[in-house]
Design a protein around this ligand. Structure first.
Ligand SMILES: Nc1nc2c(ncn2[C@@H]2O[C@H](COP(=O)(O)OP(=O)(O)OP(=O)(O)O)[C@@H](O)[C@H]2O)c(=O)[nH]1
Length: 262
C-alpha cells in the first residue's frame, strides 16, 4: 500500500467511526464498500503469499541437476564437519574422564585405583613369566609440620615437587602413584631387590636435594621408604604390607632412610 492509499484508508476509517456521520445517507454504502475493499485486500495478500511460495518451488525445480547435487553435497559436508567435531569432542572428553579416574588431581601421578590395577597385572605376569618386581612405599617425613608452619598451599607444592622428582628418577616402565595423603607407592617391574634399591635411593636423595623455595628460605624435605620384592605366590597386598612394615622401621630408625623388607 502506498502512503496516499494509507492516508485514504485512515480517513475512511475515521469517517465511518465518527458518530456524527452515522446518519449520513452515504454511511451505509461507504461502510459496505469499505468491507468489500478490505476483503479484496486480504485476498490479494493471500494470493501473493501463495504465488511467492509457488515461485520458490518453481525456482527449486528449475535448478539444474548439477546445482541440486552440489547443494546436497555442501549440506552433507556440513553435516560431516559437525559430526567430526562432535566425535573429536567425545574423544577428548573420554581421555579427560580416563585421566581423572586414574590419576591424582594434585600431582598428576597414578591414583590408588590405577596402582592397584597395575599391581594386579604385574602379580599375574610375575606368576606367569617368573619375573621379579618390587614395591616401594615412600612417606614424607614430618609433613604435618610443613603444613602447620608454612600452610597447606606450601604443603601441596611440596607434594607436587616430590611427584616431579619421582617421575624424573624412575625408569619409563616403573609406575609412581599417590597411595594416600603424603604416602607414595613406586612399582618397579622386572627388578630384583638390589637393583630396585638403587632406583629408590636415587628418588630419596633427589627429594632430599630439592630445596623448595618458601619466601626467603629453602625447605629441605626428606622421605622414608620401605622396599619389598614380590615373593613367588604371594598376593600384591602381602608385598605392600611387607614394604609398609619396612617403611615403619625406617621411621623408627630416625627417618630419611630406606629399609629393605625381610
Ligand atoms: N598440604 C597437604 N597436606 C596433606 C595432604 N594430604 C595429607 N596431608 C597432610 O599430611 C600430614 C600427615 O601427617 P602425619 O600422618 O602426622 O605424618 P607426618 O607429619 O609426615 O609424620 P611422619 O610420617 O611420622 O614423619 C597431615 O597433616 C595431613 O593433613 C594434601 O593433599 N595436601
Amino acid at each position: 500500500m502506498t502512503p496516499d492509499q494509507r492516508d485514504l484508508d485512515e480517513l475512511v476509517k475515521r469517517l465511518l467511526a465518527d458518530p456524527a456521520n452515522s446518519d449520513h445517507p452515504m454511511h451505509y454504502a461507504l461502510s459496505q464498500l469499505w468491507l468489500a475493499h478490505r476483503e479484496l485486500l486480504n485476498r490479494i495478500e493471500r494470493i501473493t503469499h501463495v504465488s511467492d511460495a509457488y515461485q520458490s518451488i518453481a525456482r527449486e525445480r528449475e535448478m539444474s541437476l548439477a546445482e541440486r547435487f552440489d547443494k546436497q553435497l555442501r549440506q552433507l559436508e556440513k553435516v560431516a564437519r559437525i559430526s567430526d567435531r562432535y566425535q573429536q569432542m567425545m574423544r577428548e572428553l573420554n581421555i579427560a574422564l580416563e585421566e581423572a579416574s586414574t590419576h591424582d588431581v594434585l600431582t598428576s601421578l597414578a591414583n590408588r585405583r590405577l596402582l592397584m590395577e597395575r599391581l594386579k597385572a604385574e602379580t599375574e605376569r610375575a606368576g606367569r613369566l617368573q619375573h621379579d618386581f618390587c614395591v616401594a612405599m615412600v612417606d614424607i617425613d614430618h609433613f604435618k609440620q610443613v603444613n602447620d608452619q608454612h600452610g597447606h598451599d606450601t604443603g601441596d607444592r611440596v607434594l607436587i615437587e616430590i611427584a616431579r622428582v619421582m617421575q624424573a628418577e624412575v625408569r619409563e616402565y616403573d609406575l609412581c602413584g599417590r597411595w594416600g595423603g603424603e604416602e607414595f607407592l613406586i612399582l618397579l617391574p622386572e627388578l630384583d631387590l638390589a637393583s630396585a634399591q638403587v632406583v629408590v635411593e636415587r628418588v630419596r636423595l633427589g627429594i632430599r636435594n630439592l630445596a623448595i623455595r618458601q619466601g626467603t628460605e629453602a625447605l629441605t624435605i626428606t622421605v622414608s621408604a620401605g622396599l619389598a620384592a614380590h615373593l613367588p605366590g604371594e598376593s600384591y597386598s602381602d608385598t605392600i604390607n611387607r614394604a609398609d612394615a619396612a617403611l615403619l622401621r625406617a621411621k623408627q630408625h630416625g627417618r630419611d632412610c630406606l629399609v629393605l623388607a625381610s
